[in-house]
Design a protein around this ligand. Structure first.
Ligand code: AR6
Length: 197
């Protein structure tokens, strides 16, 4: 039988962070992934990923929440970046967020698998290049951009697993930050397939 994957269901980010700090560091990549259910702007970690749009100048959904929580200095830095292509990723400071960095990636509009794969790969690469050891992803493209939730979860889990297989020592924790019940149901089932112990 598969060992149970540690999951975080706490709405309290402080509690989640305390758990993360207490969690023993284990080399196996499958010990490094977690589910967090709640608001990504509450996470006190190295980097949170933003599901942005090509302008990088803010929007609704998780993008709006991140800009509101980070304050206007985030927008000021984003203005200097001259936008971002779909599938690419760019890093900024976190400003008033408890996270040190925000990694902005632009998901595809609709189900364009390769572009969504690129979002995860490029975000993890940018994270690695900047010494980020703890990172959280929202469910990129599954809101306003309408990528089907379950298929998007397969992409997210595949890409994180593949990246960790090659670069396990670069990261202490990769968090799938889930905001909707539907995604909690999907990830709790699929994560066991991608990260068995
Ligand atoms: N914390 C974590 N996840 C959240 C939060 C939050 N605070 N708020 C929403 N989500 P979406 P997209 C979830 O629409 O589909 C913006 O206007 C949400 O429930 O934010 O990539 C951008 O500027 C869903 O599961 O991103 C772009 O124009 C997930 O985040 C466009 O939307 C992604 O939903 C990008 O669309």
């Amino acid at each position: 039988p598969l060992k149970k994957i540690p999951t975080w269901k706490e709405q309290s980010a402080k509690h989640a962070f305390a758990e993360s700090a207490a969690y023993p560091k284990i080399e196996a990549f499958n010990e490094k992934v977690s589910i967090f259910v709640g608001d990504i702007t509450h996470l006190e970690i190295d980097a949170i990923v933003n599901a942005a749009n090509k302008t990088l100048l803010g929007g609704g959904g998780v993008d709006g929440a991140i800009h509101r929580a980070a304050g206007k200095s985030l927008l000021a830095e984003c203005i200097t970046l001259n936008g971002c292509e779909t599938g690419e990723a760019k890093i900024t400071g976190g400003y008033k967020l408890p996270a040190k960095y925000v990694i902005h990636t632009v998901g595809p509009i609709g189900e364009q698998t390769e572009l969504l794969q690129n979002c995860y790969r490029n975000s993890l690469t940018v994270a690695q290049e900047n010494g980020v050891r703890t990172i959280a992803f929202p469910c990129i493209s599954t809101g306003v951009y309408r990528y089907p939730n379950k298929n998007a979860a397969h992409v997210a889990l595949t890409e994180v697993r593949t990246f960790l297989e090659k670069n396990a020592s670069s990261f202490d924790r990769v968090i799938f930050c889930l905001f909707l019940e539907e995604d909690v149901y999907i990830y709790e089932n699929l994560i066991k397939e991608y990260f068995p112990v």
